[in-house]
Design a protein around this ligand. Sequence first.
Ligand code: AKG
Length: 247
Amino acid sequence: MFFVSFPAAISLWALQPIKFYMLFDVFQRDGFAVVPAVLNQSQCTAISTSIDAFASGSPGTRSLLAHDGCRALVATLQAHPTLSVLIPAGHVAVQCTYFEKSIDNNWLVPIHQDLSIPVRARVAHPALRGWSDKEGTLFVQPPADLLETLVAVRIHLDPCLETDGPLQLVPGTHTRGRIDAAEASRLKQAGPIVTCTVDRGGALVMRPLALHASSKATGTSRRRVLHIVFGPPEPGYGLQWPATQQA
Ligand SMILES: O=C(O)CCC(=O)C(=O)O
């Protein structure tokens, strides 16, 4: 178990409602927003210690929702005063991926949208394509109308500076449906592209359809992130979320 609750944020919400609504507007407009101090230092340490026990040194794993600690974290995120404005009421957590990047465990990701969702079983529907199996979980690419409903929360367990391979996003691209590779590259070149540095315990909240990329780490720190995807309770198209989904 790696997590505890966050009651202090309630009073913050009561004091600063306008600020929270401005953040919602930014999220609607750009398709992403950085929310600082979602977790405190001791919460980050507890989660990091727990994750280090089973995932340290690997670049990432996609199947963390089955872990009790991850499920407790999801419940806390859903109750968080700012995040609960950005994650639609009733959405469920459908995937939790752990990313660990460092100079020794390094990668870059070219500009792309996240088009695949995890599902329980294969469904014969003409709108569904790109079936794949990753770490024993079935994935499919659904139409954009479903992808547009998803919200991903990336919790940073370490400070993520410019040198740590942060995510770079192209604002406003989450409303354009599926974007082909040539157009994605053109939009990245045209810019603007925003580099999202995040403090330890902060979160980058994003629409998976927002174009994003990341570069290799060049600094000396680790960049550990839990990337949790929330979706509507019923995905539609005859699909079901994996059994590990969490309300
Ligand atoms: O964490 C990263 O550097 C890249 C993650 C990413 O591109 C993704 O989640 O689609």
